[in-house]
Design a binder for this molecule. Sequence first.
Ligand code: UDP
Ligand code: MG
Length: 332
Amino acid sequence: MTPPTPSGQAHVGLIIPVFNEVDVLPFLFRELAVFRQSRPERISVLFVDDGSTDGTAARIREMAGDNPDIRVISFSRNFGHQVAVTAGLDFCEADAAIVMDADLQDPPDVAGRMIDAWKAGADVVYGKRLEREQVGFLQRFTARLYYRFFRSFTGVDAPLDTGDFRLVSRPVIEAFRRLPEQQPYVRGLISWLGFRQEAVEYVRPGRVAGRTKYPWRRRFDLALDGLASFSGKPLRYAMRLGLLVSAGSMLGLIWVLLTKYVFETAITGWASLIFAAFFFGGMQLFFLGVIGSYLARVYDEVKGRPRYVVRSSWSSGPVGNNFGASAHPDGP
Ligand code: UDP
Ligand code: MG
């Protein structure tokens, strides 16, 4: 989509999921004020409070004062970062949205470059990390490996080394809203949508304050969600391996019969039997798990629960506290 003509001021909405980020807010608000001053566009901010328990939402309201362009929607509990981003896109009313971290790891000046690329005609502008400060070797290495694996495994043309920091234009937001997945893997879905996608490269700084809300366990879950939501290959591989093993066991049977009746050197050892029992037992459990995880996804989809529940929404502007109030939990 081409942005509005110069006569109508373009409106860019920042979507910032926050989960117990009270420590970073002073830094964030300072940077946001500078950023909004520096841009010709109207910049609004939509915080998605993902069930914070440290008073993050109250602190945001306090700091927003009477600025009508700062809004907060609060979830009834923690639903996770990916769902918070999804909610932000559901509620966004701007001509383009930029998803960013609260902790200033996604610097506003890079967001400015994204807006420029959008104005030049791009529909999706993603931030490609050239370097990541304050991130350990193991995390950097596994992440790089994962993005490459994801791409070749799922066949989705997803950019490498790219998180959720990206700008999406109005048509992309509308298309995204029509994807009903219960466990959205946002970066994968946006790549899948297509449109005109461009990169801006940047060095990702460390957190300005507080601690990461993405421990290893969550990172791992996100990685599995990404793969399982874009590929049924693990199931197919399980089938192929099963076939291969069956074919192999037929050969084994022939060999056993030969040793007994032709060579007459019958097997005395049980080691090989025990080994086979454990090996195939393990394989069966593993692939039952693979199948089970797909079944769980199907079950989640079938239940058709809303992806999140909004407890309250707030803005200090003329719309008052009923912004976005709607009977439908999936958005206004
Ligand atoms: N976040 C969230 N819900 C969660 C976990 C994280 O809304 O369950 C927010 C968090 O407050 C931050 C962003 O998502 O603004 C990214 O999280 P974080 O910075 O901790 O992840 P990292 O940058 O370390 O990967
Ligand atoms: Mg972060």
